[in-house]
Every structure is written in structure tokens, then in C-alpha cells.
Design a protein around this ligand. Structure first.
Ligand code: MCA
Ligand code: AMP
Length: 503
């Protein structure tokens, strides 16, 4: 089934109820308006020749129109490819070359970037712009389109979306996510988290990643409940709207930022029945402090771009700090040793998952896909975990070299490749340091080609900023005579973390 069909099942009954409200601009759309706008985008894409499976790459600000565009792409049978607004032209060029979209939608400010990319790629795309809600060539062209559209049929295994995630090799991979993946995971979460009529979601996450786009929007849309849509997380603005919400989802940084506000009180959180955290580890200290302040126990869950959500603490049972709860219904989770043999309760090993939530593989990378699955079809997450005697899963580390900063993933290899190309850098090693706001921050150890050479931190940061998104750029830089290595010659990142990774 086309995911849109399921997401919109309750739209007509919800009719004049509010679907999305943006406190920053005052804009508010009903379910009828959202469905009509999605249909206009689907008609526009169809009139411009979209074929089932065609990629529609989108780099726009969050808004009601951006949400309608996502739904319109699904409805027209296209494959939605959202991109972080922080990506640089260099990064965007790669995604476009790799995904070969038939359409690109971007802000007016970015249209010259995409026009020149279009001149450089083999497979050309049609370009539309979308700025704030209602503004841009996409909106202008859609205004005259019919407000209804017959949803194009798609099978469970057909692609609904491609999301790029970087990797340990430094080259981003497109995770192919099907209609069936998203629908099964959305329905499980709807039930597991007890969504009910009248639930209102406070939504301050970006809508170009799994958390904000699929976990959050799928639940609210399947439930036909209101979303309070913030372009970005701002603790003061969020606190103003919290009394109007019943559910909030966020990365741990959202919760630590709320706790730093003196005026964040029990009264403000009273109406919220469920605070959910994910995308990065929630410190036990944050969980406890949040409970002490509000009386609410944050529900922590665990997922990945490739798998959607895998585990969750229970709605009614005990939510245990430092754990990510039980495997979700329909998803198998197991912990294996180095020889791929099952491990006992409480033992740490490689966390693997299988289920209808697991993606279809990496776009045009069959070998990479094969490497990440076991012979019996489990996806190797690269996370190290345990399952205790009661069945609670905990994430205790990662076998993949990954930094998670404020909920964004940064693969050190990608940053090292940029640093190593800078004149005066002989070699580099990128690692995590403890960051009070983001959990982890990006740090780099640099060895200069000539130890006397003039090469300062500011130059390195400026050079990185030209090439990679701001959240990947190192915030801490140390210059070393040589990198610490083990007897095999491998850089010891644990040594770097111990020496230079403390707050
Ligand atoms: C922004 N900056 C960051 C980050 N965000 N640096 C490190 N880590 C970050 N996360 C930098 C910018 O480059 C800029 O740098 C400066 O901070 C200010 O940018 P601004 O946009 O104003 O920052 P902010 O509004 O304070 O954003 C912080 C944030 C945001 C609210 C934590 O990063 C955020 O919304 N994160 C959520 C990410 C998310 O949705 N992850 C889910 C992925 P400069 O000043 O140098 O220019 S899905 C996933 O992981 C799986 C599936 C799962 O389980 O959910
Ligand atoms: P991404 O590739 O952006 O989807 O990020 C997925 C990764 O985020 C997972 O493989 C985990 O390493 C991490 N992650 C997500 N949720 C949690 C959580 N609740 N606790 C610890 N790590 C998490």
C-alpha cells in the first residue's frame, strides 16, 4: 500500500481540525487544507512527468508547505529525498550525482547552487523553489492545480524515501526506505505509545531525518492529531507552547536545554502525557533531573536511519534510565559475539535487528548492503549492546567510528578526509569530546607537515566550513607531533579521547 493512503486515512473525518500550526508565523492548516495542498503538489509533479520511483530531492526550511510536499511526493509515487539545510554545495553535488533526482526543490537562496550542479551532472533535474510557506516557484505553480489526486499505487517494498547516512568509509550511502518499512513502524509506534484522539504533538525537530519526519510525523498523521511545528528548537518558545501539547519528542539536547531554564516548571509540563527521547544516549542524570523537576519519566527509545525504531521503553511498565527498553513488536533484536554466536543476558556484543522496519539496502551499493547483513538476514547496526534478564536493551557503545552531536551523526572519516587535504596538514584523527550541550562534540588531532608551519585553528575551521556542514566542523583542535598508534599502526582514538576528550 502507498504510505500516503494509510497516513491520510483519517484526514477526511478530521476535516476542519488543525493538522499543523506554526507558532512562529501564526500559520495554521486544517487536515482538509493539508490534503488539498499535498494533492496540488502531486498534480504538479505528475504534470511535469514524474514516474513511480523518481527521486525528488528537497532542501528547504521546515514548514507546512514542506510537509505537504513530502506527502505530495508520496502520493504521486515518487521517492522523497530530504537533505539537511546545513549541507554545503560540495555535499549536495555528491547527493545529486548519486541519487539522480528527477526534481529538486530548494530555497531561492540555494537555486544558483543547484543550477550549477545541474550543469555538471549527467542526469538533469527540474528545479523548483520553496521558501517560507506559500512562497516560491513550487507554490506558484501548484496554486492552479486541482485539489484532489488519485494516489498512485505502490507496493510495500517500493521506495518511499532515500535518506543519506555517512559511513565509516567516509562516503555517504543512501538508505532505501520502503512504504512498508515506514507504515509498519508507524503503526507499531502509534499503538506502543498509546496515541489517542486529542493528542497534540510538540514538533521542534528538523524534518529531513527519520526522527522528525518519520517517527514524529507518521504518528501524528496516522492519529490525525495536531502538530505544533517549530522551525527549530528554542527552549523559551517551546515552553510557551508546552501547555498546549500532550506529546513531545526530542533529542537529549532538547531536554538538557529545557532543564537549564529556571522557568521550566512542573506546571508547564503538566499537560504532556509523554516525553520521548532518542537519536543519542540520554544521560541518567538528565532522566533523573527531568523527573525531579516535572514528575515525568522520559521514555527513551532507540533507532537508526536504516531501521526506523527498534526498541522502546514501555508506556505503562517501568521506564529504566540508561536503557532503551524492549524490542518493539515484530522486531527481533539480538546480541552476538565476534563469531556471530548469541550472547547471554547482560553480556555486551554486536546488536543486530530483523523485522519489517529494516530498510531495503543502500542505493546502488549492493556490496555495501551485503556487508551489513548476516547470512540469516539480520542487520548489523554497529552498536554495542546488552539485553538484561528482564529483556531491557541497553546501548553501551559503538563498534562503528561515529560521533553523535546534538542528535546529528558525524563519521570521523569524512572529516579526516577534508582535513588531510588542507595544505600543511600531514595527517589527522577526528574523535569525540564531551560537550555539555550536544553530548558529544567533534575534536581533531592534527599533525602538521612541518611542525613550524603556520597553521592555526581558525584556518582549519574556515577550510572545513567551505566543504562540510557546520555541525561536522571540529570545535576542538589539538596540534600533535604524532598521532598515538598501537603496534599494528592503528590510530588509538581511545587515547585521544582520554587525553583531549574531557569537558
Ligand atoms: C547546530 N550546530 C551544531 C549542531 N546543531 N553543532 C554540533 N552539533 C549539532 N547538533 C552548530 C551550527 O553549525 C552552528 O555553528 C551553531 O551550532 C548554531 O546553529 P543552530 O542551527 O542555531 O543550532 P541550534 O538551533 O542550537 O541546534 C542544535 C539542535 C539541532 C537543536 C540540537 O542540532 C537539532 O535540532 N538537532 C536534532 C537532530 C535530529 O533531528 N537528529 C535525528 C536524526 P556555527 O555557529 O559555527 O555556524 S534521526 C536519528 O538519529 C535516528 C533514526 C533516531 O534514532 O532518531
Ligand atoms: P542515524 O544513523 O542518524 O540514524 O543514527 C543512528 C544511531 O544513533 C544508532 O545506531 C545509535 O548509535 C544512535 N542512537 C539512536 N537512538 C539512541 C539511543 N536512544 N541511545 C543511544 N544511541 C542511540
Amino acid at each position: 500500500m502507498n504510505l500516503y493512503q494509510a497516513l491520510s486515512e483519517k484526514f477526511s473525518a478530521a476535516g476542519d481540525r488543525v493538522a499543523v500550526r506554526m507558532p512562529e508565523t501564526g500559520l495554521q492548516w486544517t487536515f482538509k487544507q493539508l490534503a488539498e495542498r499535498a494533492a496540488q503538489y502531486a498534480n504538479l509533479l505528475t504534470e511535469n512527468g514524474i514516474k513511480p520511483g523518481d527521486r525528488v530531492a528537497v532542501q528547504v526550511e521546515k514548514g507546512a508547505d514542506a510537509l505537504a510536499l513530502y506527502l505530495g511526493v508520496l502520493q504521486s509515487g515518487g521517492t522523497y529525498l530530504p537533505m539537511n539545510t546545513a549541507y554545503t554545495p560540495n555535499e549536495l553535488q555528491y547527493f545529486v550525482e548519486n541519487a539522480e533526482p528527477a526534481f529538486v526543490v530548494c530555497s531561492t537562496g540555494q537555486s544558483s547552487v543547484f543550477s550549477s550542479i545541474n550543469d555538471n551532472v549527467k542526469s538533469h533535474f527540474k528545479l523548483f523553489t520553496l521558501d517560507q510557506d506559500g512562497v516560491g516557484t513550487l507554490c506558484d505553480s501548484a496554486d492552479s492545480m486541482a485539489k484532489s489526486f488519485e494516489t498512485v499505487e505502490r507496493d510495500d517494498n517500493d521506495l518511499a524515501s532515500i535518506l543519506y547516512t555517512s559511513g565509516t568509509t567516509g562516503r555517504p550511502k543512501g538508505a532505501m526506505i520502503s512504504h512498508g518499512n515506514l507504515l509498519s513502524n508507524g503503526k507499531v509506534l502509534l499503538d506502543y505509545w498509546g496515541w489517542e484522539e486529542g493528542d497534540t504533538l510538540l514538533h521542534a525537530l528538523p524534518i529531513f531525518h527519520v526522527h522528525g519526519l518519520f517517527v514524529a510525523c507518521s504518528c501524528a498523521l496516522l492519529n490525525a492529531g495536531e502538530m505544533i511545528f517549530f522551525k527549530k528548537f528554542d527552549a523559551r518558545m517551546v515552553m510557551e507552547e508546552l501547555p498546549n501539547a500532550t506529546v513531545m519528542m526530542g533529542v537529549p539536547t532538547f531536554y538538557t536545554r529545557l532543564l537549564t531554564e529556571q522557568t521550566f516548571t512542573r506546571e508547564l509540563a503538566e499537560n504532556v502525557r509523554l516525553f520521548i527521547s532518542g537519536s543519542a544516549p540520554l544521560l541518567e542524570e538528565t532522566f533523573n533531573e527531568f523527573e525531579a523537576r516535572t514528575g515525568k519519566r522520559i521514555l527513551e527509545r532507540y533507532g537508526m536511519t536504516e531501521t526506523g525504531m527498534n526498541t522502546s521503553n514501555p508506556l505503562d511498565g517501568e521506564r529504566i534510565a540508561g536503557t532503551v527498553g524492549y524490542p518493539l513488536p515484530g522486531t527481533e533484536v539480538r546480541i552476538m559475539d565476534g563469531n556471530n554466536k548469541p550472547m547471554g543476558a547482560g553480556e555486551v556484543g554486536s546488536l543486530q535487528v530483523k523485522g519489517p522496519n529494516v530498510f531495503q539496502g543502500y542505493w546502488r551499493m549492493p556490496e555495501k548492503t551485503a556487508e551489513e547483513f548476516t547470512a540469516d538476514g539480520f542487520f548489523i547496526t554497529g552498536d554495542l549492546g546488552t539485553i538484561d534478564a528482564k529483556g531491557y536493551v541497553s546501548i553501551v557503545g559503538r563498534s562503528k567510528d561515529l560521533i553523535i552531536s546534538g542528535g546529528y551523526n558525524i563519521y570521523p572519516k569524512e572529516v579526516e578526509m577534508i582535513l588531510n587535504d588542507i595544505e600543511g596538514v600531514d595527517e589527522s584523527a577526528v574523535f569525540a569530546f564531551e560537550h555539555p550541550d550536544f553530548g558529544e562534540g567533534v575534536a581533531a588531532a592534527i599533525v602538521k607537515t612541518d611542525s613550524q608551519a603556520e597553521l592555526n585553528k581558525e584556518d582549519l575551521i574556515a577550510a572545513c566550513k567551505e566543504q562540510i556542514a557546520g555541525f561536522k566542523v571540529p570545535r576542538r583542535i589539538v596540534f600533535l607531533e604524532e598521532l598515538p598508534r598501537n603496534t599494528m599502526g592503528k590510530v588509538q582514538k581511545n587515547v585521544l579521547r582520554d587525553l583531549y576528550g574531557k569537558q
